[in-house]
Design a protein around this ligand. Sequence first.
Ligand SMILES: Nc1ncnc2c1ncn2[C@@H]1O[C@H](COP(=O)(O)OP(=O)(O)OP(=O)(O)O)[C@@H](O)[C@H]1O
Ligand SMILES: [Mg+2]
Length: 245
Amino acid sequence: MARPPSSGSDPESSAPDGLVSLEGITKSFREGEQERTVLDNLNAEIQPGEFVVLMGRSGAGKSTLLNLISGIDLPTSGRVVIGGTDLTRLSETDRTLFRRENIGFIFQSFNLISTLTVAENITLPLELSGRGDEEARALEVLDRVGLADRGDSFPDLLSGGEQQRVALARALSADPLLILADEPTGNLDYETGQQVMDVLTELVRDYGKTILIATHDRTLIDEADRCLTLHGGKLEAGVPDFVEG
Ligand SMILES: Nc1ncnc2c1ncn2[C@@H]1O[C@H](COP(=O)(O)OP(=O)(O)OP(=O)(O)O)[C@@H](O)[C@H]1O
Ligand SMILES: [Mg+2]
């Protein structure tokens, strides 16, 4: 299912049902003498094609969890299994390769490379994966986010909403198994944020993608299949009562 890197995958690892399987995840950070546990023996499964919203107060550990699922960071203990591959058993290099092939990450701060054009921001990661159809693919996804005519522009010349639509296009371009988004509208005004969310939800549904999105945007709950809330280091089903509409 997942496209594992050529080395480091474990044929003997049990293949779980979910696309994402979090098994007994604990994440602690050491601050001086103190150790603080942010995620505490957390378990969850996400099925292929699910649209899942991740909520929780600031500091609850949403970004920490997304970084573990993407393999950017490792848990203190527990297993992160994506499409049958246990990321915690891969080397750092293989985790990077796995992420490039299988995960599209959308950040709050867009994370576009300012010295590359809009089109190059999309083709560069595709070239690293050696797909061969980079330019056609970039044009296709830029068209889908309404920016077909901006490929030669530099990101700094685009509005915040346009930059985030480029980031959406980039995240979808490699046809990833899983999309992770960390407060993708957090840097945008309300109306622009809604436009970006509309494009994102439409594309995720059209392409049949699985997405886990951390957001404070309550309007997204209606779009989602499921809402999970981080509280006290655990994931709870449902919408937190403190979210404002
Ligand atoms: N690298 C790190 N070193 C030490 N502590 C960290 C590190 N990364 C995160 N933390 C701590 O983990 C806790 C959870 O942080 P995290 O960024 O995951 O929260 P969040 O739910 O994403 O919050 P927000 O809604 O504000 O983005 C915080 O208390 C934070 O200080
Ligand atoms: Mg965060």
